[in-house]
Write a protein that binds this ligand. Structure first.
Ligand code: F6R
Length: 608
């Protein structure tokens, strides 16, 4: 997804600062990049298709770009028009004096474009962003803030914008609606970015801009105003992520780092939230809605992609433990189920990034129907965190690799804890709650045992890395794990995989089984193990290959991956999933693929 970095300050080498910020945003996924900076009172711009290194090569050919203390930069993930130099940001006004970078989508850009064309403007790109630049240019009468505010009255859609103007050399403006923008405040400089990763290298003091706010920076001073030009006072927050946290920590890939750090981060997710004496859960972020929870009669767990599979797990947890019926809904499908939502519904929105447009749209809709909406979100200050009534953070640090791993595990644990919390209000007995809590506490050690021996999964990966198709089967709580395991291998290995319930096999999938198809079977000890063994037998009888994930060696399979037994049907699937994450990682590594930035994917999908 697109990324923005903009700088204003006393440092005269704005270019390396912008480029370094863009590199911190690479994990979001992009296909072109560009910068525009003031240098000798003129705005210079350079753009390149492909990675930041290509942009650096272009920049290095041009010396005037080196000095300057105000600039804007962008990584673009193509939406309107393909990845070309013409479509790359920054875009400029007709007279080339006003330059704009933009994240988001302008809904009425065609209409505005036609009006501007009638006024004699010429367009060079297919983007909606160029329309913004030309529009601001057409409204400019000597004061950039006035022109931008006037433009906000005409634009509809989602946008985070940073804008500079050749006639106002020390001015930088940032503005946002429905797309994130964070402002880093240091002694001698101000950095604006679409997320904090691009800022933490220079400062940990940040202001999160809200929808309908504009920051007007003049060198190192600033005003934040509403779209009605009323000055607003905003608190400065301190980020607790350091740069080290956001880097690879010595591993070859962020993905491996993020899989292996789960024992630690899951402790962080759980920390301070378990009340041992009463076998209860205490989420500080839900205190203010606790009395409202007593009135709810239905739960909707919302998410998309990996967050949806966590939601499926949550549905099962709530139905088993909470005494309230639950259903998982995939965010983009929400609009077709909204009739079931009312003021007695508790909607729990799952989103690692907190910026997923489909999830945000569903939340806004659910709020209109009176639902209590809370979130389970990793990114502090993100849109989902702000628009929900209350919520719980994952506390797992940034997830840089595009494929989600540690967020899933944390979402699963936190949903289980939500189910215990509600269950304890509604009759879940002490001993059952206590047994699950004991298993949750075993989870980090079990994951550590797997992490200590993670290289051993490579030998299993060698059995399947050249396959074209795979099946993943699980039952009950392992069913969402089968779905997530299949998604993970699809995403990073580009092997077609299907996740299904073991019980579904006979109803169609079994037709695929032959001696070339491998099935990954989740067969750890639980109340449905016997049924899973029967499914494995069905596959073996048709000469299919089976790799089992189990607590002891199984005799009738081609390979068994052993996992520690945490003795809980609820928690064991989260242990099993770590194996599927590692399997996907090693298969992708053997296939020599771009593991952290798989093709066609973006970390944060901020368009519907
Ligand atoms: C899968 C993956 C995506 C995300 C999905 C939702 O590995 O990363 O499927 O899970 O785009 O993202 P969030 O959780 O940020 O709302």
């Amino acid at each position: 997804m697109c990324g923005i970095v903009a700088y204003s300050g006393k440092n005269n080498s704005v270019l390396p600062i912008l480029v370094s910020g863009l590199k911190r945003l690479e994990y979001r996924g992009y296909d072109s990049a560009g910068v525009a900076i003031f240098s000798n009172n003129i705005i210079y711009s350079k753009k390149a298709v492909g990675k930041i290194v290509s942009l650096e090569e272009v920049i290095n050919k041009n010396s005037p770009l080196e000095v300057g203390n105000v600039g804007i930069a962008h990584t673009r993930w193509a939406t309107h028009g393909s990845a070309t130099i013409e479509n790359a940001h920054p875009h400029y006004s007709q007279d080339k004096k006003i330059w704009v970078v933009h994240n988001g989508i302008i809904e009425n850009y065609q209409e505005i474009k036609e009006q501007l064309i009638r006024q004699g403007m010429r367009f060079e790109s297919e983007t909606d962003t160029e329309v913004i630049a030309k529009l601001i240019g057409s409204l400019y009468k000597g004061d950039l803030r006035e022109a931008v505010l006037a433009a906000t009255r005409l634009l509809t859609g989602a946008y985070a914008l940073c804008i500079i103007c050749e006639d106002e050399p020390n001015r930088l403006i940032g503005v946002k609606i429905s797309s994130p923008l964070v402002v880093g405040i240091a002694d001698d400089e101000i950095i604006i970015a679409s997320d904090v990763s691009a800022i933490i290298e220079r400062t940990k003091k940040v202001i999160y801009l809200e929808d309908g706010e504009l920051i007007d920076i003049n060198n190192t001073t600033y005003d934040i105003v509403s779209f009605h030009n009323k000055v607003k006072k905003k608190a400065i927050s301190e980020i607790d992520w350091d740069l080290e946290t956001a880097t690879k920590g010595g591993y070859d890939h962020y993905l491996l780092k993020e899989i292996l750090e789960q024992p630690q981060v899951i402790k962080d997710s759980v920390r301070g939230r378990i009340v041992n004496e009463t076998a209860d859960i205490n989420f500080g972020g839900l205190i203010e809605v606790r009395s409202r929870l007593k009135q709810i009669d239905k739960i909707v767990v919302l998410g998309v992609g990996t967050s949806f599979y966590a939601a499926k797990l949550g549905e099962l947890y709530f139905n088993a433990l909470s005494g309230v019926p639950a259903i998982a809904v995939m965010s983009p499908e929400y609009r077709y189920t909204k009739n079931i939502i009312n003021d007695k519904t508790w909607l729990i929105a799952m989103s690692q990034s907190g910026e997923t447009a489909d999830t945000i749209a569903a939340i806004n809709e659910a709020k209109k129907h009176g639902a209590l909406v809370t979130g389970i979100v990793n990114t502090v200050g993100s849109t989902v965190a702000r628009i929900t009534d209350a919520g719980v953070y994952n506390h797992i640090g940034p997830e840089i690799s595009v494929a989600s791993t540690k967020a899933f595990t944390s979402q699963g644990v936190l949903l289980l804890m939500h189910a215990i919390m509600l269950g304890r209000q509604r009759g879940l007995d002490y001993s059952e709650a206590s047994a699950i809590i004991t298993a949750i506490k075993k989870l980090p050690d079990a994951m550590q045992e797997i992490a200590n021996n993670h290289q051993s999964i490579e030998s299993i990966a060698k059995l399947i890395y050249q396959d074209k198709n795979l099946l993943y089967i699980g039952r009950q709580y392992n069913y969402p794990i089968a779905l997530e395991g299949a998604l993970k291998i699809k995403e990073i290995s580009y092997i077609h995989a299907e996740g299904l319930s073991g019980g579904e096999l006979k109803h169609g999938f079994i037709a695929l089984i032959d001696n070339e198809l491998s099935t990954i079977a989740l067969a750890t000890n639980d109340s449905v193990t016997d049924k899973m063994h029967a499914n494995i037998a069905e596959i073996k009888a048709r000469h299919g290959k089976v790799i089992a994930i189990a607590n002891q060696n199984l005799s009738n399979v081609d390979a068994t991956i052993l996992v520690p037994d945490v003795q809980s049907d609820f928690v064991q699937p989260l242990v099993n999933n770590v194996i599927l994450q590692l399997l996907a990682y090693y298969v992708a590594k053997l296939r020599n693929l771009n593991i952290d930035q798989p093709r066609n994917l973006a970390k944060s999908v901020t368009v519907e």
